[in-house]
Unconditional design. Structure first.
Length: 239
């Protein structure tokens, strides 16, 4: 992205708005840059890019916030679902400790999966098959309790889907933001180069659009005479 060094997106937006708005609003600037191809239509096109970039940044911020909220909801849902799973799994293992086939039917032949996809599959197996085991009702897991606890598994599934959608939306918004900011920075970068020519010699107008006019030599320019002198001396010594 052709942006100014070390500037945040917010700073880039402010810089772009300053450059374009003041060029449009100042008649003298507008007249001078028009001679170099930047008439009102072209300046307004630049303003449209700024507006689009601002909208894209706002959207990305909103989508990023939505993703963070969906992640928070997913975390809460996962805690509740895993707690529900572990409670039923412990009771079932105690009740069917001598019935390995039944434990296999409930999906309890191994450890609880750590990944969400694996856990959702295991939890569905456990709760769906538990409804057909009346023995569990004697230990607090009648059909009503099983369905109530199973709803926590469904809530996790829903939260996981919502988080994935929010993640995708945030990524798309970021791509659109990057494209809009690149368009703005490319336009503003080229315009500033032309404006330096159009407004040369007029420090006040240059600063009005965010271009600081040099009033003294750069460090390289100040060092140039000494460097040239040293080069000549070295040549004389070698001759």
């Amino acid at each position: 992205m052709a942006n100014r060094p070390n500037q945040s997106i917010a700073q880039q937006l402010i810089a772009g708005q300053l450059t374009i708005s003041n060029s449009i609003e100042d008649g003298e600037i507008q007249g001078l840059v028009a001679e170099f191809g930047y008439d009102s239509e072209k300046l307004n096109a630049g303003m449209a890019m700024y507006i689009a970039a601002q909208a894209a940044v706002n959207l990305q911020t909103a989508k990023s916030g939505a993703q963070q909220e969906s992640t928070r909801m997913l975390t809460q849902a996962e805690i509740a679902a895993r707690d529900a799973y572990q409670s039923l799994a412990k009771v079932a293992r105690a009740v069917f400790s001598k019935d390995k086939a039944q434990l296999t039917t409930l999906g309890l032949s191994g450890a609880m999966p750590k990944d969400i996809a694996g856990f959702l599959a295991a939890a569905s197996t456990l709760f769906d098959n538990a409804t057909s085991l009346p023995e569990l009702a004697n230990y607090g897991y009648d059909e009503e309790k099983i369905q109530a606890e199973r709803s926590k598994i469904q809530a996790l599934n829903t939260a996981n889907q919502n988080q994935e959608m929010a993640k995708g939306a945030a990524q798309q918004a970021t791509r659109e933001q990057d494209a809009a900011m690149q368009a703005l920075n490319d336009w503003a970068g080229q315009y500033r180069k032309i404006a330096k020519v159009a407004l040369r010699g007029n420090k006040q107008l240059l600063e009005k659009i965010g271009i600081v006019a040099r009033t003294s030599k750069t460090a390289a320019q100040r060092a140039a005479p000494a460097k040239a002198s040293a080069t000549r001396a070295a040549k004389n010594q070698n001759s």
